[in-house]
Each structure stands twice: as C-alpha cells, then as structure tokens.
Design a protein around this ligand. Structure first.
Ligand code: IPE
Ligand code: IPE
Ligand code: MG
Length: 255
C-alpha cells in the first residue's frame, strides 16, 4: 500500500477564522493524465474518481460545510458516445460505492444540474444515494452532472416566468434573492473558492451566477494527481487573499 500522504504541516497553518463556507472544484485533466501514461481516457476518469474520494475526505476533515464538484457539463454530451456512456456508468458506480462512506462521515449528497436530461439508471442511482444520505448534516457534497451555468439560469428564468404566468408574481418582485432561490444551489452559500486543476484558466460554464465574488485558484496539476496537500495548498492561498466585495481596503479594515 502506498505510504499515507502527510499533510499535518499544512493543516496546522489553516486559520479557522477564515474558513470558506463553500469550495467548488472543476475536476479537469483526466484525459491528459491518461494520455501521458498511454492509457485510454477512461483510465483517467477512474483515477479522477479516486481523487474525488481523497478530496471529500480532506474537506470533511477540515469541516468544510459545502463542497461542489463539476463532473459532467451540458457540453460534455458532445464527446464520443463511448466516453459519455463510460462516464454515466462511472457515476452510478461512484454513487453505489460511496454511500456507505458518506453515511459514516455524515455527508449528504446534493445534485446540481438538469436531472430530467439524465439516463434513467443515473437518475435512479442519484435518487437512492440522496435518500440514503438525506439525514446527514456535517457536509453537503454537491455533484454537478448535466450541469451548465447558462442552462441553470434558463431553468430559473422559466420558473420565474411560470409564476408570473400564473399571477403568483409580478415582474417588479424579481430581485437577486428570487433569482438565487430559483437556482440549483438555492439556500446554499455561494462558493468562496473555485479550484480548477489541469492548467486551464477558465470557468467552462460552472456556477456562473454564484461565482460573482468567488476567489479563483488555478493549478497545473491534473485532477487525477490532485492530493489532500493540493486542496490544503489552495485553501491556504485563499486565506491569504484580500476580499473586498467592492469596498475599499480602508473600509474593510474598519469592519
Ligand atoms: C474532466 O477531464 C472530466 C470531464 C470533463 C468529464 P477531461 O476528460 O476533460 O480531461 P482532459 O481535459 O481531456 O485532460
Ligand atoms: C469542464 O471540463 C467540465 C468538467 C470538468 C465536468 P471540460 O474539459 O469539459 O472543459 P473545456 O472543454 O476544456 O472548457
Ligand atoms: Mg477537460
């Protein structure tokens, strides 16, 4: 067995007064990880699932309230059919395998995206895993599958329009809170930190509304290589940032 990863030195540096309420991760780089090893892309996705397991463990250990991970975008349907099928099977397998661990660790499973667009077996596995973990309350793990920030906004606009159609709402009642309440993240804090591995510096349609004031952290590490140390390194970087939310530094100092 590989030697357990050491990360106590990084844990000791964390400032518990500056903990994010929500970390979101764009799990990217599986294909490149596999290509570099002359393996099929599917091997990269499997290794990516292991990286997710490690990341969930460390986030639970630091008592993070909400972790959201981007697993499959609305654009990822454009990939070769075989890869899409593999990813859907992997998602079902991950849910089946992780429920026991999630229950031991008191983690509730949440979902971001349009589930009506998912194949039936995926919807079933998701519903079962959500029901099995519904009473857990130490951490929320949101998995984004068939998720697109634009699609989420379109769905929110449809919900609002239908309330207006039914005379339950007037257009002047629409405010930021109502829009936020109609998103998949309704009732949850916005992400404070968004991590993207793999060397790409873009958002790729993830949490467009919610990321308004998120701190972005990009690393060249490919997702399957992402370790607990990498998560803690990103967190420490975040804790060193100055967040102003539009105010001046002087105002922030006085708050
Ligand atoms: C992320 O890894 C997984 C998904 C988007 C489903 P990729 O499969 O995008 O890996 P790269 O970007 O090709 O290396
Ligand atoms: C973003 O990765 C989506 C997920 C990680 C699920 P992509 O690999 O699809 O993003 P692009 O195409 O490089 O922007
Ligand atoms: Mg990619």
């Amino acid at each position: 067995m590989a030697q357990a990863e050491q990360y106590q030195d990084l844990l000791a540096k964390i400032d518990s007064s500056k903990m994010p309420a929500h970390i979101a991760i764009i799990m990217d780089g599986n294909g490149r990880w596999a290509s570099a090893r002359n393996l099929p892309r599917t091997a990269g996705h499997k290794a990516g699932a292991e990286a997710l397991r490690r990341t969930v463990e460390i986030c639970r250990e630091i008592e993070l309230p909400v972790l959201s991970v981007y697993a499959f975008s609305t654009e990822n349907w454009l990939r070769p059919m075989e890869e899409v099928r593999f990813l859907m099977r992997l998602f079902i397998e991950y849910l089946h395998n992780e429920v026991a661990l999630m229950n031991r660790q008191n983690i509730r499973l949440g979902f971001l995206g349009d589930r009506t667009g998912l194949p039936d077996p995926v919807r079933k596995a998701l519903a079962e895993a959500q029901a099995a973990t519904a009473a857990n309350d130490k951490m929320l793990l949101n998995i984004a599958v068939n998720y697109g920030g634009r699609d989420e906004l379109v769905r929110a606009i449809r919900k609002i329009s239908s309330m207006i159609d039914k005379d339950k709402l007037s257009s002047t009642d629409i405010d930021e809170q109502l829009v936020a309440d109609c998103l998949d993240t309704s009732g949850k804090p916005d992400p404070d930190l968004i991590i993207r591995p793999s060397g790409e510096s873009r958002i790729s349609n993830f949490l467009l509304w919610q990321s308004a004031y998120a701190e972005l952290y990009f690393t060249k590490t490919l997702w399957p290589d992402f370790t607990k140390r990498d998560l803690l390194t990103a967190l420490l970087d975040y804790q060193g940032r100055k967040r102003r939310f539009g105010k001046t530094q002087e105002q922030i100092a006085k708050d």
